[in-house]
Write a protein that binds this ligand. Structure first.
Ligand code: T5A
Ligand code: NA
Length: 210
Protein backbone atom coordinates (compact mmCIF):
# COMPACT_ATOMS: atom_id res chain seq x y z
CA UNK A 1 0.00 0.00 0.00
CA UNK A 2 1.63 3.21 -1.12
CA UNK A 3 -1.34 5.50 -0.59
CA UNK A 4 -1.82 6.17 -4.28
CA UNK A 5 -5.30 6.25 -5.74
CA UNK A 6 -6.63 7.34 -9.12
CA UNK A 7 -7.94 10.75 -8.09
CA UNK A 8 -4.77 11.90 -6.34
CA UNK A 9 -2.28 14.22 -7.96
CA UNK A 10 1.46 13.90 -8.26
CA UNK A 11 4.01 16.05 -6.44
CA UNK A 12 6.24 18.67 -8.02
CA UNK A 13 9.64 18.14 -6.45
CA UNK A 14 12.44 20.51 -7.44
CA UNK A 15 16.18 20.12 -6.83
CA UNK A 16 18.26 23.28 -6.83
CA UNK A 17 21.87 24.13 -6.16
CA UNK A 18 25.10 25.38 -7.63
CA UNK A 19 26.74 23.63 -10.57
CA UNK A 20 28.26 20.33 -9.33
CA UNK A 21 26.17 20.25 -6.15
CA UNK A 22 24.93 16.75 -7.05
CA UNK A 23 21.46 17.49 -8.40
CA UNK A 24 21.63 15.14 -11.35
CA UNK A 25 23.09 12.27 -9.34
CA UNK A 26 20.51 12.64 -6.56
CA UNK A 27 17.54 13.16 -8.84
CA UNK A 28 18.23 9.94 -10.70
CA UNK A 29 18.67 8.03 -7.43
CA UNK A 30 15.40 9.47 -6.14
CA UNK A 31 13.70 8.46 -9.39
CA UNK A 32 14.81 4.83 -8.92
CA UNK A 33 13.66 4.84 -5.32
CA UNK A 34 10.17 6.21 -6.05
CA UNK A 35 9.80 3.80 -8.98
CA UNK A 36 10.65 1.00 -6.56
CA UNK A 37 7.88 2.25 -4.28
CA UNK A 38 5.56 1.97 -7.29
CA UNK A 39 4.85 5.68 -7.35
CA UNK A 40 4.20 7.00 -10.87
CA UNK A 41 7.16 9.33 -11.40
CA UNK A 42 9.21 11.04 -14.11
CA UNK A 43 12.52 12.89 -14.02
CA UNK A 44 12.60 16.25 -15.83
CA UNK A 45 15.35 18.85 -16.09
CA UNK A 46 15.73 22.48 -17.03
CA UNK A 47 17.11 23.58 -19.32
CA UNK A 48 15.32 20.95 -21.40
CA UNK A 49 17.82 20.90 -24.25
CA UNK A 50 15.60 18.73 -26.46
CA UNK A 51 13.34 21.56 -27.70
CA UNK A 52 14.17 24.30 -30.23
CA UNK A 53 14.43 26.84 -27.42
CA UNK A 54 16.51 24.35 -25.43
CA UNK A 55 18.96 24.02 -28.34
CA UNK A 56 19.47 27.80 -28.37
CA UNK A 57 20.15 27.66 -24.62
CA UNK A 58 22.54 24.75 -25.01
CA UNK A 59 24.47 26.55 -27.73
CA UNK A 60 24.74 29.63 -25.49
CA UNK A 61 25.89 27.61 -22.45
CA UNK A 62 28.60 25.87 -24.45
CA UNK A 63 29.84 29.25 -25.75
CA UNK A 64 28.88 28.45 -29.35
CA UNK A 65 26.63 31.49 -29.54
CA UNK A 66 26.27 34.89 -27.90
CA UNK A 67 23.04 36.38 -26.53
CA UNK A 68 22.53 39.36 -24.29
CA UNK A 69 21.61 38.69 -20.66
CA UNK A 70 17.94 39.60 -21.01
CA UNK A 71 17.47 37.43 -24.09
CA UNK A 72 18.94 34.28 -22.56
CA UNK A 73 16.97 34.91 -19.37
CA UNK A 74 13.71 34.96 -21.32
CA UNK A 75 14.71 31.86 -23.28
CA UNK A 76 15.29 29.93 -20.03
CA UNK A 77 11.85 31.05 -18.90
CA UNK A 78 10.24 30.20 -22.26
CA UNK A 79 11.80 26.74 -21.95
CA UNK A 80 9.79 26.25 -18.74
CA UNK A 81 6.64 27.79 -20.21
CA UNK A 82 6.72 25.46 -23.20
CA UNK A 83 6.54 22.51 -20.78
CA UNK A 84 3.97 24.02 -18.43
CA UNK A 85 0.79 22.47 -19.80
CA UNK A 86 2.35 19.01 -20.04
CA UNK A 87 3.61 19.45 -16.49
CA UNK A 88 0.12 20.24 -15.27
CA UNK A 89 -1.40 17.30 -17.16
CA UNK A 90 1.16 14.90 -15.66
CA UNK A 91 0.67 16.18 -12.11
CA UNK A 92 -3.12 16.11 -12.31
CA UNK A 93 -3.08 12.59 -13.70
CA UNK A 94 -1.10 11.43 -10.67
CA UNK A 95 2.49 11.47 -11.90
CA UNK A 96 5.09 12.89 -9.53
CA UNK A 97 7.76 14.99 -11.25
CA UNK A 98 11.31 15.29 -10.01
CA UNK A 99 12.68 18.43 -11.64
CA UNK A 100 16.43 19.09 -11.85
CA UNK A 101 16.53 22.95 -11.70
CA UNK A 102 13.54 25.28 -12.11
CA UNK A 103 12.64 28.98 -11.78
CA UNK A 104 15.03 29.55 -8.87
CA UNK A 105 17.95 28.77 -11.16
CA UNK A 106 16.50 31.19 -13.67
CA UNK A 107 16.34 34.01 -11.14
CA UNK A 108 19.56 33.27 -9.23
CA UNK A 109 21.83 32.95 -12.28
CA UNK A 110 20.47 35.98 -14.14
CA UNK A 111 20.46 38.16 -11.00
CA UNK A 112 24.08 37.13 -10.37
CA UNK A 113 24.91 38.72 -13.74
CA UNK A 114 23.48 42.01 -12.48
CA UNK A 115 19.93 41.94 -13.84
CA UNK A 116 17.24 43.32 -11.52
CA UNK A 117 15.85 40.49 -9.40
CA UNK A 118 12.22 41.58 -9.73
CA UNK A 119 12.61 41.81 -13.50
CA UNK A 120 14.05 38.27 -13.41
CA UNK A 121 11.12 36.92 -11.39
CA UNK A 122 8.38 38.43 -13.57
CA UNK A 123 8.33 35.91 -16.45
CA UNK A 124 8.26 33.02 -13.94
CA UNK A 125 4.88 34.14 -12.58
CA UNK A 126 2.15 31.69 -13.52
CA UNK A 127 4.39 28.65 -13.74
CA UNK A 128 3.40 25.85 -11.36
CA UNK A 129 4.65 26.21 -7.80
CA UNK A 130 6.77 23.34 -6.49
CA UNK A 131 5.48 21.31 -3.55
CA UNK A 132 9.03 20.81 -2.34
CA UNK A 133 12.30 22.55 -3.14
CA UNK A 134 15.42 20.75 -2.01
CA UNK A 135 18.47 22.98 -2.01
CA UNK A 136 21.72 21.03 -2.21
CA UNK A 137 23.92 23.33 -0.21
CA UNK A 138 27.60 23.36 -1.14
CA UNK A 139 30.32 25.98 -0.68
CA UNK A 140 31.29 27.23 -4.17
CA UNK A 141 34.94 26.24 -3.55
CA UNK A 142 33.95 22.65 -2.82
CA UNK A 143 31.75 22.46 -5.89
CA UNK A 144 34.61 23.74 -8.06
CA UNK A 145 36.91 21.08 -6.61
CA UNK A 146 34.61 18.26 -7.77
CA UNK A 147 36.02 18.27 -11.26
CA UNK A 148 34.46 18.49 -14.69
CA UNK A 149 34.21 22.22 -13.99
CA UNK A 150 35.08 24.80 -16.58
CA UNK A 151 33.31 23.42 -19.62
CA UNK A 152 30.25 25.63 -19.62
CA UNK A 153 29.72 29.36 -19.49
CA UNK A 154 28.70 29.73 -15.81
CA UNK A 155 31.17 27.25 -14.34
CA UNK A 156 33.51 29.80 -12.78
CA UNK A 157 34.13 30.16 -9.08
CA UNK A 158 33.60 33.92 -8.79
CA UNK A 159 30.31 33.70 -10.63
CA UNK A 160 29.10 30.69 -8.61
CA UNK A 161 29.79 32.68 -5.42
CA UNK A 162 27.36 35.35 -6.61
CA UNK A 163 24.79 32.73 -7.59
CA UNK A 164 25.03 31.27 -4.06
CA UNK A 165 24.24 34.72 -2.62
CA UNK A 166 21.13 35.02 -4.77
CA UNK A 167 19.99 31.53 -3.82
CA UNK A 168 20.14 32.70 -0.19
CA UNK A 169 17.85 35.62 -1.03
CA UNK A 170 15.36 33.31 -2.76
CA UNK A 171 15.44 30.74 0.04
CA UNK A 172 12.02 30.64 1.76
CA UNK A 173 10.09 28.46 4.21
CA UNK A 174 9.12 25.90 1.56
CA UNK A 175 12.80 25.07 0.93
CA UNK A 176 14.64 22.22 2.59
CA UNK A 177 18.38 22.67 2.66
CA UNK A 178 20.51 19.55 2.58
CA UNK A 179 24.27 19.60 3.12
CA UNK A 180 25.60 18.59 -0.29
CA UNK A 181 28.99 17.65 1.17
CA UNK A 182 27.62 14.71 3.14
CA UNK A 183 28.23 11.21 1.80
CA UNK A 184 26.04 10.49 -1.25
CA UNK A 185 24.01 7.83 0.64
CA UNK A 186 23.18 10.23 3.50
CA UNK A 187 21.85 12.86 1.11
CA UNK A 188 19.94 10.16 -0.74
CA UNK A 189 18.27 9.00 2.49
CA UNK A 190 17.24 12.53 3.46
CA UNK A 191 15.83 13.14 -0.02
CA UNK A 192 13.80 9.94 0.16
CA UNK A 193 12.20 11.05 3.43
CA UNK A 194 11.44 14.55 2.17
CA UNK A 195 10.05 13.24 -1.12
CA UNK A 196 7.83 10.58 0.48
CA UNK A 197 6.32 13.13 2.88
CA UNK A 198 5.65 15.46 -0.02
CA UNK A 199 4.13 12.75 -2.24
CA UNK A 200 1.84 11.67 0.61
CA UNK A 201 0.65 15.24 1.22
CA UNK A 202 -0.12 15.74 -2.46
CA UNK A 203 -1.94 12.40 -2.73
CA UNK A 204 -4.11 13.50 0.19
CA UNK A 205 -5.39 16.41 -1.86
CA UNK A 206 -3.08 19.39 -1.38
CA UNK A 207 -4.12 21.77 -4.17
CA UNK A 208 -1.81 22.53 -7.07
CA UNK A 209 -0.81 26.19 -7.09
CA UNK A 210 0.90 28.72 -9.32
N1 T5A B 1 20.65 27.93 -15.71
C1 T5A B 1 19.70 26.96 -15.65
C2 T5A B 1 20.27 29.29 -15.82
O1 T5A B 1 21.12 30.18 -15.90
N2 T5A B 1 18.95 29.61 -15.86
C3 T5A B 1 17.96 28.66 -15.79
O2 T5A B 1 16.76 28.99 -15.83
C4 T5A B 1 18.35 27.27 -15.68
C5 T5A B 1 17.31 26.21 -15.62
C6 T5A B 1 23.13 24.42 -17.00
C7 T5A B 1 23.40 25.82 -16.55
O3 T5A B 1 22.28 26.66 -16.81
C8 T5A B 1 22.07 27.55 -15.74
C9 T5A B 1 22.58 26.82 -14.56
C10 T5A B 1 23.73 25.99 -15.09
O4 T5A B 1 24.93 26.73 -15.01
P1 T5A B 1 22.66 22.07 -15.99
O5 T5A B 1 22.61 21.52 -17.35
O6 T5A B 1 21.65 21.61 -15.02
O7 T5A B 1 22.50 23.68 -16.03
O8 T5A B 1 24.12 21.84 -15.45
P2 T5A B 1 24.63 21.70 -13.97
O9 T5A B 1 23.60 21.91 -12.96
O10 T5A B 1 25.85 22.53 -13.91
O11 T5A B 1 24.99 20.22 -13.87
P3 T5A B 1 26.18 19.68 -13.14
O12 T5A B 1 26.32 18.35 -13.73
O13 T5A B 1 27.36 20.54 -13.15
O14 T5A B 1 25.78 19.67 -11.60
P4 T5A B 1 24.91 18.68 -10.73
O15 T5A B 1 23.88 18.01 -11.52
O16 T5A B 1 24.46 19.46 -9.56
O17 T5A B 1 25.97 17.64 -10.17
P5 T5A B 1 26.18 16.10 -10.51
O18 T5A B 1 25.10 15.29 -9.94
O19 T5A B 1 26.48 15.96 -11.96
O20 T5A B 1 27.47 15.84 -9.63
C11 T5A B 1 28.68 16.52 -9.90
C12 T5A B 1 29.89 15.69 -9.48
O21 T5A B 1 29.95 15.59 -8.07
C13 T5A B 1 29.94 14.24 -7.63
C14 T5A B 1 29.31 13.47 -8.79
O22 T5A B 1 29.70 12.13 -8.80
C15 T5A B 1 29.85 14.24 -9.99
O23 T5A B 1 31.14 13.85 -10.29
N3 T5A B 1 29.14 14.18 -6.40
C16 T5A B 1 29.63 14.06 -5.15
N4 T5A B 1 30.88 13.93 -4.68
C17 T5A B 1 31.04 13.82 -3.33
N5 T5A B 1 30.01 13.83 -2.45
C18 T5A B 1 28.76 13.95 -2.86
N6 T5A B 1 27.76 13.95 -1.97
C19 T5A B 1 28.53 14.07 -4.27
N7 T5A B 1 27.39 14.21 -5.01
C20 T5A B 1 27.79 14.28 -6.30
NA1 NA C 1 23.22 18.61 -13.66
Amino acid sequence: ENGHHASSRGALIVLEGLDRSGKTLQSSRLLSYLEGERIPVELWRFPDRSTCVGQMISSYLSNKSELDDQTIHLLFSANRWEKRSLMETKLRSGTTLIVDRYSYSGVAFSSAKGLNIEWCKAPEMGLLAPDLVVYLDIPPEKAAARGGYGGERYEQLEFQRKVAQYYQILHDATWKSVDACLPIEDIEKRLRELAMDCVTTCHKGKPLSQ
